[in-house]
Write a protein that binds this ligand. Structure first.
Ligand SMILES: Nc1ncnc2c1ncn2[C@@H]1O[C@H](COP(=O)(O)OP(=O)(O)OP(=O)(O)O)[C@@H](O)[C@H]1O
Ligand SMILES: [Mg+2]
Length: 446
């Protein structure tokens, strides 16, 4: 099957990969690593039992800005799985009420179809290029094939070489290109929750219109691209793509349900938003328990999709969720609040660390930013203090603090370049101390 084709990472390898981007939170990393590995293990189990093994869904509990979403995002990339992130609370918002929860499965399926399609396209790329080249040569040298003698073949080969070298790129050719029948544009406005029907009808209508072809006068360089696209389209078997995509969603799809705590109701609410919150949970339940969802591409069974839920659970607790839903999320991991030392590491260690980012940004202006170790410590300290004094937004604070810190350099960079700028602890103090000390000021600025 699909997943087995990719060399599966061991839990330890997954943890190591996550370590490149996320500091600390080792318990959460281990849990998601196990969950991912379990899907591969399940694939190896023989048939009748395999279907019985349900995914071990996870709830990540922890304050804001400590890496919950980041872990899930990085995990999906590692797994090369179709991944969808959705806020559970969205379904309770005005304008969303009534939008069915099933839409997330549809979105995930669309995503997987695109994913498989581009993979297949890559596979046929070389062949499509060859086909397009021959087609283009036919247009450039319209000579009946039967009469081709040796001389003409060599002309053709000469042209082929010129074509490859791009020497013919600026010539114009006449091309027949397919046009998607777009006019008259038929827009169908469907009621909420019926998007699927809407797109179905639109597909049907466009299918009824004849495939119009239009002659176009284009440069060879553009003709190449058009013909390659068309050839690739013909080489790809869309039925196969869809089948593969659905299998991939069913076997390895991951849905990240953010802000699950916002739909948990505390102690049997009475009317109002609580009703809709519980309603959302009831809607979610079949998705998580396993159901069949009709999508544009076919029926998708959700039994083995992995759900990772996350929330701060400040007000509500996981036990405030519907019991059935709790049972479907057997793994609970708590993420730790970040310490000042964590901040220092987050600033410098991840592959996408903020300090690295700012250095690279200013490097484009010929400014070499050098951060003293003490300066980094000072940034971490100030961020931590502001978090404590105002609102704790976790590592997100580093972003606002850093931005404020380099504001002046950022503005003046083009005027002073090339230059080496050393960020010292004193510089950090000078730029940020006053703001950080004043609670009101930092509420607005940091
Ligand atoms: N442990 C960490 N290591 C490295 N970067 C982190 C860590 N925690 C948070 N960050 C960074 O902080 C930002 C916010 O993190 P993230 O989106 O994961 O927060 P969250 O835990 O999902 O919060 P929320 O509950 O508000 O959704 C991201 O840019 C992320 O890279
Ligand atoms: Mg998040």
């Amino acid at each position: 099957m699909e997943i087995a084709e990719i060399k599966p990472l061991t839990p330890r390898e997954i943890e190591t990969e996550l370590d490149k981007y996320i500091i600390g939170q080792s318990q959460a990393k281990r849990s998601v690593a196990i969950a991912l590995r379990n899907r591969w293990r399940r694939q190896q189990v023989p048939e009748p039992l395999r279907d019985e093994i349900a995914p071990k869904n996870i709830i990540m509990i922890g304050p804001t800005g400590v890496g919950k979403t980041e872990i899930a995002r990085r995990l999906a990339r590692l797994a090369k799985s179709p991944f969808l992130k959705i806020e559970a609370s969205k379904f309770t918002e005005v304008g969303y009420v009534g939008r069915d929860v099933e839409s997330m499965i549809r979105d995930l399926t669309h995503l997987a179809v695109d994913m498989v399609k581009s993979e297949e396209k890559e596979k046929v790329e070389a062949k499509a290029k060859d086909l397009a080249e021959d087609q283009l040569l036919d247009i450039l040298l319209p000579s009946p094939k039967s009469e081709q003698d040796a001389g003409e073949t060599s002309t053709r080969e000469r042209f082929r070489q010129m074509l490859r070298d791009g020497k013919l790129d600026d010539r114009f050719v006449e091309l027949e290109v397919a046009q998607r029948p777009s006019s008259p544009m038929i827009e169908i406005f469907a009621a909420a929750g019926m998007e699927e029907m809407q797109s179905g009808i639109q597909d049907m209508l466009s299918g009824m219109m004849p495939d119009k072809r239009k002659r176009r006068h284009v440069k060879v360089s553009e003709a190449k691209k058009i013909l390659e696209q068309e050839a690739a389209g013909k080489l790809i078997d869309m039925d196969k793509v869809v089948k593969k995509a659905i299998a991939r969603v069913e076997q390895s799809g991951i849905i990240f349900l953010d802000e699950i705590d916002k739909v948990a109701t505390k102690g049997g609410g009475t009317g109002g938003p609580d009703v809709s919150r519980e309603g959302v949970q009831r809607d979610l339940l079949p998705m998580v328990e396993g159901t069949s969802v009709h999508t544009k591409h076919g029926i998708v069974v959700t039994d083995h999709i992995l759900f990772i839920a996350s929330g701060a659970f400040h007000v509500s607790k996981p036990s405030d969720l519907l019991p059935e839903l709790q049972g479907r999320f057997p793994i609970r991991v708590e993420l730790d609040a970040l310490t000042q030392e964590d901040f220092v590491r987050i600033l410098t260690e991840p592959e996408n660390a903020l300090v690295t980012q700012y250095k690279a940004l200013l490097d484009t202006e010929n400014i070499e930013l050098i951060f003293d170790t003490e300066a980094i410590e000072e940034i971490a300290k100030i961020s931590f203090e502001v978090n404590e004094r105002t609102e704790n937004i976790g590592a997100r604070r580093l972003h606002t603090v850093m931005e404020k810190l380099v504001e002046e350099v950022s503005f003046e960079a083009p005027d002073v370049a090339p230059q080496q700028i050393q960020i010292t602890a004193a510089y950090v103090q000078e730029r940020l101390r006053d703001i950080a000390k004043d609670v009101d000021l930092s509420r607005f600025i940091l």
